[in-house]
Ligand binder design. Structure first.
Ligand SMILES: Nc1ncnc2c1ncn2[C@@H]1O[C@H](COP(=O)(O)OP(=O)(O)OP(=O)(O)O)[C@@H](O)[C@H]1O
Ligand SMILES: [Mg+2]
Length: 412
């Protein structure tokens, strides 16, 4: 069979989720735009709470999603940018200190690009156990002598340069399982990217990141949190609960199998009473040969709401513990499959007591925005495009270019 044409500027994002595996193939042009070429997705079978627990099933699902995307894109991909999440992810804050480089003739030095790189490296040089690896390094702010809160220290005069960085680490075993499944499915992993970081690339605006915003990706197995302010990612957390728990509650409450509970949730579910009509009835299938029965839709809401409230409250607690709650004046952006639940915006507004919107990513080549469940996949492709453009590129959204660049250097 003739091999399809291959493009050098093709990027592929692979979101290996607990509910679905999604592959998104896009083409970049010289202006740094992204054009969708292919989307493939299928139900996921080999993950639990965001991590791979069955290599064979995960490999098969990756193959299926990739093949579908490749068929639509009419290209073959050999490498992917893959997301990672799960309870094993840890965020740590660290500080590095170096003397500023000084010319012999000068009494004090002037901060250079190299100093910045060195101080970030110094802050990242923490001892990690054998079973953990650094996946991202996010510089927060710099201190030149006693002057704090500096974003761009290059060119400043001083003796001592300090950097505060937020480091994200992952379990080596979880990373290796991703590499392994991808390799068995015929592709190599160019980079492993934290899922909420990828989702942020897909749905946050520059204004929100500047003002301060919380991104919550409501997945099936996990709910991923990323906090931004002053244009930089400040904190990341993974809440090990997601929509699967809502499905389980429905199965339990309505005495119906998980599969039908999932269907009922997607077809009739709502997070608040306000999102439904008062007298609405829904039909639920009978179990064990019994006839289907009709129940009030508000019963379903009374099962769904407390669990979603609990998950959102856990996310809020993460933000409060990170002492970021009062810094996020831009509000909350919800994405991921759970953001497709009617009424979730209103529920989140009551939990967070701040404005909430749903983040639906879009891309050239697609008439309608993607559903929120594709935020991580779309974000991986955007991240990949920025990485391949390099640190000096001037495409849109260079806000994290430096961060990604540091992260890449420190991991490789
Ligand atoms: N229309 C819908 N209404 C309500 N919930 C929905 C809808 N569509 C999907 N979901 C829920 O969203 C969750 C899946 O979201 P998503 O596809 O983002 O998860 P994932 O990326 O596979 O999982 P994770 O990120 O946790 O590994 C499931 O719990 C699913 O039931
Ligand atoms: Mg996900």
């Amino acid at each position: 069979m003739k091999k399809p044409m291959s493009f050098s500027n093709i990027v592929c994002g692979l979101d290996i989720g607990t509910t679905k595996v999604a592959a998104i193939i896009a083409e970049t042009n010289d202006e740094g735009d992204l054009q969708l070429r292919g989307l493939g997705h299928c139900p996921s079978h080999g993950l639990r709470r965001g991590i791979v627990v069955n290599l064979e099933e995960t490999t098969a699902d990756i193959e299926r999603a990739l093949q579908e995307a490749e068929r639509e894109a009419r290209v073959q991909v050999s490498s992917v940018w893959a997301g990672i999440a799960g309870e094993h992810i840890r965020g740590i804050n660290s500080r590095g200190v170096i003397p500023v480089t000084r010319q012999r003739s000068e009494p004090i030095g002037e901060v250079t690009d190299i100093d910045v790189k060195r101080v970030v490296e110094a802050a990242s040089a923490i001892a990690l156990p054998m079973d953990r690896r650094m996946i991202h390094t996010f510089p927060q702010e710099f201190i030149v002598d006693k002057e704090r809160g500096i974003k761009k220290p290059v060119g400043m005069a001083g003796v001592r340069l300090e950097a505060d960085v937020h480091l994200v680490t992952a379990a080596v075993s979880s990373m290796q399982n991703i590499y392994k499944c991808a390799r068995r499915a015929g592709v190599t992993v160019r980079e492993i990217v934290l899922q909420p970081l990828a989702s942020a690339y897909a749905v946050l605006t520059p204004d929100e990141r500047e003002l301060g915003v919380v991104l919550i990706d409501l997945g099936g197995g996990t709910s991923d949190v990323a906090i931004f302010f002053d244009g930089t990612i400040r904190h990341t957390a993974v809440v090990a609960y997601g929509g699967d728990y809502v499905t389980r509650d429905i199965a339990h409450g309505l005495r119906t199998p998980l599969e039908s509970a999932e269907r009922i949730k997607r077809e009739h579910g709502a997070a608040t009473e306000q999102a439904i009509r008062q007298d609405e009835l829904i039909q639920i299938p009978g179990v064990g040969g019994r006839p289907p029965k009709k129940i009030s839709r508000s019963i379903l809401v009374s099962i769904i709401r407390p669990r979603l409230e609990e998950i959102l409250t856990m996310a809020r607690e993460e933000i409060r513990e990170a002492r970021c709650l009062e810094l996020v004046t831009g509000g909350v952006v919800l994405t991921g499959g759970g953001a497709q639940m009617p009424g979730i915006e209103e529920l989140a507004e009551t939990v967070f007591d701040m404005p909430v919107r749903i983040g639906s990513p879009d891309m050239i080549g697609r008439e309608e925005p993607f559903e929120p469940q594709f935020a991580t996949g779309v974000g991986l492709v955007r991240y990949a495009q920025e990485q391949s453009q390099g640190i000096s590129g001037n495409g849109n959204g260079s806000w994290l270019k430096k961060v990604g660049h540091f992260a890449k250097q420190l991991v490789s």
